[in-house]
Design a protein around this ligand. Structure first.
Ligand SMILES: [Zn+2]
Ligand SMILES: [Zn+2]
Length: 369
């Protein structure tokens, strides 16, 4: 058997090596700080056609813009605080610690406060810095004026990009709301959680959905919150892979159409030979009385272990596209998360043999046993 390279390394020795290496990193950073400063002195970025020292540094070192920005900030801040640069050159503190301390001093903290900050971890030093940093009314107006939130369809119109900037407290509030909502969602059927980014995205969609419908378990929302149009001819020749878009032109695939046919708050219009045929509400969607009965019969989400009553929706165990009927035997109640996210968007399937009130799932890509 091959011996592993670390078999003789104790955990103490491992830790010591890591710390020693960090000291080398500090020394290397200190030297880079000196050299970047010299490059600026020689106006190297300008003569190379770069707009800024940061841009030049990022390009020459092939590092991320934010890393370059930190390095450039260090060259300037440490020029005013030579005692910190000495510590870095000697490798006695990490680069991050030196930067955090330099920012704290730069924000106007007293020498005693800076001294005390050595006992804090780096996030705490940053918080302390934020407390000291002055912000004028004028700056506050500017921060608020620069707020924005944009939604833009991707080139192929299959997704929408969201980005923006909020004033700090508003951003905090939005983040808290997303985390609170995201934490209410159950685990995935395999017991794992989705990534933070995915939970935030699900939370945002569910909050938006709530704001468009009055009651969270309203069996018959008064109006659809979204309209999907299907060109029947295109859909027929492409097995449903083409032909469906929302009123704003966003492309919709079979997964979403199947969810619509389960009877959510989406209106679906099929157009054949130029004539609209309203589907769902009038023909395929579960009649409100039946929907109320299914929700009453099941009481909560039927996914095994899930007790959520958030936005309960009936789901066709055998989908319409596979000949499933709208009758009580083929309908089960699921919470929004299990219905929208787990089944219709992630593609989990209900195990055919699972008990109606304790549904188990097969991950996407596996044939149900
Ligand atoms: Zn469904
Ligand atoms: Zn559920």
């Amino acid at each position: 058997m091959k011996t592993r390279a670390f078999d003789n390394l104790t955990t103490d020795a491992l830790e010591q090596q890591l710390v020693e290496l960090e000291s080398f990193v500090s020394q290397a950073r200190a030297r880079q700080v000196e050299l970047v400063r010299e490059a600026e002195h020689r106006q190297a970025p300008l003569s190379d056609g770069c707009r800024s020292l940061g841009e030049w540094t990022a390009g020459r070192l092939d590092i991320a813009p934010e890393t370059a920005k930190e390095l450039v900030a260090a060259t300037r801040m440490l020029a005013d605080q030579p005692e910190l640069e000495e510590i870095l050159t000697a490798g006695r503190s990490s680069f991050d610690r030196i930067l955090a301390t330099a920012h704290l001093t730069g924000a106007g903290a007293s020498p005693q406060q800076v001294e005390l900050s050595s006992g804090l971890d780096i996030p705490a030093v940053r918080r302390l810095t934020a407390q000291h940093r002055r912000i004028t009314r004028h700056q506050e107006y500017r921060i608020f004026a620069e707020r924005f939130l944009m939604l833009q369809p991707t080139l192929d119109c299959s997704a929408v990009r969201v980005w923006g900037q909020l004033p700090g407290p508003d951003g905090d509030l939005v983040e808290q709301a997303l985390h609170t909502r995201g934490d209410q969602f159950p685990l995935l059927p395999d017991g794992t959680r989705r990534s933070l980014g995915q939970r935030n995205a699900d939370a945002l969609v569910s909050i938006a959905q709530d704001s468009l419908t009055t009651s969270s378990d309203d069996a018959t929302p008064s109006r659809p919150v979204l309209s999907v149009f299907t060109n029947g001819d295109l859909a027929a020749t492409s097995h449903g892979q083409a032909g469906s878009i929302t009123s704003t032109g966003i492309q919709v695939g079979m997964q979403t159409i199947e969810e619509i046919l389960c009877g959510g708050s989406v209106e679906h219009t099929v157009i054949t030979a130029g004539q609209p045929i309203v589907m769902g509400r009038t023909t395929r969607v579960i009649p409100p009385r039946l929907k109320r009965f299914i929700l009453y019969r099941d009481g909560a989400c039927c996914a095994d272990g899930c007790t959520s009553r958030y936005r309960l929706e009936p789901h066709h165990r055998v989908p319409w596209s596979q000949g499933g009927q709208t009758n009580p035997d083929n309908l089960v109640t699921l919470c929004w998360y299990h219905h929208h996210v787990v089944i219709h968007q992630m593609g989990y399937q209900i195990k055919p043999k699972s008990t109606p009130q304790r549904l188990r799932f097969t991950p996407p890509g596996h044939d149900p046993p």
